[in-house]
Structure formats: C-alpha cells, structure tokens
Design a protein around this ligand. Sequence first.
Ligand SMILES: [Zn+2]
Length: 426
Amino acid sequence: MHDKLFHAVEARTDDLVQLTADLIRFPTVNPPGEAYTPCAEYIAARLKKRGYGVELIRGEGTPGDTDRYPRTNVVARFDGRTPGPTVHFNSHIDVVEAGEGWTVDPFGGLVRDGRVYGRGACDMKGGLAASIIAADAFMEVNPDFPGAIEISGTVDEESGGFGGVAYLARKGYFSKPRVDHVIIPEPLNKDRICLGHRGVWWAEIETRGEIAHGSMPFLGDCAVRHMGAVIAAFERHLFPALDAKQTTMPVVPEGARRSTLNINGIHGGQTEDFRPGLPSPNVPDSCRLTIDRRFLLEENIADVKGEVTGILDRLKRERPKFDYAIRDIMEVQPLMTERDAPVVGAVAEGIRAVFDREPAYVISPGTYDQKHIARIGHVYDCIAYGPGILDLAHRPDEWVGIEDMVQSAKVMAVGLDVLLRGRIRA
Ligand SMILES: [Zn+2]
C-alpha cells in the first residue's frame, strides 16, 4: 500500500547519503558553537530549492551567543495546497567534541561499507537528512497534500537547547495553531518510538566551616569533613531509597528504570592553582557538591528535593556546627507522551509497514529538546524517532547505517501520510 512512497525514498538513497556527509562536514561542535551559521545556511538553501519558505533565526542573547559564535537556527515550512495539520521535524545541528580515539576524520563525511562516518552521523545529522528525504518523497507522491510540513535545524541541544528549541518555542514556533505534531529524529533505533524522558534536578550543596591554620584545625571548622558527613548520609539513607523506586515508564537501558543520583563534582578548600608549588595550610571554610538527580513520572519534584534537604536538616540537628546552603541549577519535569497520541500511532504505522512488526516504546534516561516543546510550546503530540544506534552517540568512529536511514525515512514518510492524509491501514 505504501509502495510508491517506498520507491520514492529508495530512489533518493544517493541524495540521502550525500546530504548526511555534507552535514557532517560542518564541524558544528558545541561548545563553543562552531560553524552553526554555514550549516544552517546550507540546510536553508537546500530546502528553499524545494520550495520551502525558510527563516534563519538567531538565538540572540542566549548562553554562548556572540558575533563569533552566533546561535543560528533554521526553520523551513512548506504549505500544502489546502489547509490541514502541520507536522514538524526538529533536529539539532550541534554535535559534541570529537575527542580521542578516531580512526577516520570525524568531519570528513567518509562513506564506507554501507555507513556514513563522522561526529554527529548518528546524533543526529543522519536523522535530519532522513527527515528531509522523507518529506521530499512524500511531496513527490502527494503533490496536492493538505496541511504543512516543517523542518528545523536547531542549535545547542547538547548544552540544554536554550539558544535553539527553547528560544524558538518562546517565539511561538512550537505552539498551536502553527504546529500540531512534532517528530525529533534522535538516534533511538529505527524500530523504536521514544515517548519522553525522566525528570532532572541539578543542585549545588555547600557546607560551611571556618578558616584557621592547618596546624591547629581545632581552632577552625572543616567544611570538607561536613561534606563527608553528607556523602555518608547519602550512602546510608538516600542511595538505597532511590534504588528501591521503580517506574512503570519503559526507560532504556533497564538500569535507568528507577531513580538515580550522580555526584557530579565536589570541591573544597583551595583551588589547585598552587601547583607546581605547595598549598598553604588552611582549614577549608567551604565545600561544594554538585548533584544530578534523575526522577520518575511517579515522583514529584518537591518530594525529590525534600528527600535531600531532609537529610541535610537532620545533619544540622545532629552534627555540631553543621550548616549548609542549597542552590537549584536546573530542573526538568519528566515527560511521557500518551501511547494513543496521533504522532505515536502514525509512526507506529510506519514501523509496521516497513518492518512488519510492532514498534518498541521507550523512554530516554536523559532529556532532549522535547522538554521545551512541551513546557514552553505546549505541544504534547511529540516523540523522538530516528535512525542510528543510541550507543554510538558521542563515541569515537560514530557512524550511521545507510540502510537504517533509508528504512527510517520510509517510516517518517508513512508517518506524514497518516498525519496529513489520514491514512491508517485497515
Ligand atoms: Zn542528540
């Protein structure tokens, strides 16, 4: 039933590979936010040629935005012949640094043995290319389609998305009536639908002491020892409690199907600037600990915070001279799109059509730009779906499979068909 659509995608395989390789050759490394503008301009030129209306939108004044490193986003829209819903494909164009261990040029766009190699191949330039090809194929087969298709390439997802999707969402780009359905082609594997992510709370805890000469520590009060007591209390009370909290969310990998806490960093006393000399003998009067707590749909953020402050308050009552301060760094609510949401059903139909099996429904352990689309844009019909193997993201010799991209583009094309033309297989 989708033969024409599938042929139209297959006929574009070379184009898909070329597009992916071209995108990889822009070293859009974040931080600092290198080559955003030429990459966004390349996408804009490509889509303009197909008849899209395109806009380049700079995330003015957002973190990291400077004239040297402008936060340049591209949003493209193609209106069909008649009114109808809008389907938006959103991909981030930024990539993390290449790092060590590569055997190929991370920004060379090498094509070999059915794969395209490079930083961002799987996360997520392959997904962006697949969505562009899916839309091309859909429009060729259905020149009179109703509604609209939007494609965006946005920046800074790897650093929180503030200059990218969050900025655009604030300007109304991710709200109704402009947008109805959003697909984010993150590399979640070609036969899985990602419905959302766990919640996040980052905070900094500071313990305080009193400075004194290191030869007479009894005259001061050591902030690092106080922090040691905090960590000991976490080990005794917090970690076992978190481990016991299971979720019904289908988080992958399975280890993330409960609450977790990472101690992100700890610092107390002098900085290490004294090297290669010697430190001066001081009792530290401050120690700071950064925590990264990931929480579940079944938890609420007030309780999540209360668990930690409860432990700190108890120490304050029981431990002489103990005092602390706590500062929120970031919070993100957990998200899970309903299984019966239209975009979920449409992409599931695509997966059935291409692979002849039911999709797997998953939740990401970490967050991505879906949070801004839901929280700021109030569009909840949103999923992540795209080619590429999640485990390859951010690693050396990152690659995306050409066949995976082709199959994924077919799934997206069927998704467009279902959402815009209301075609569900009987
Ligand atoms: Zn990504």
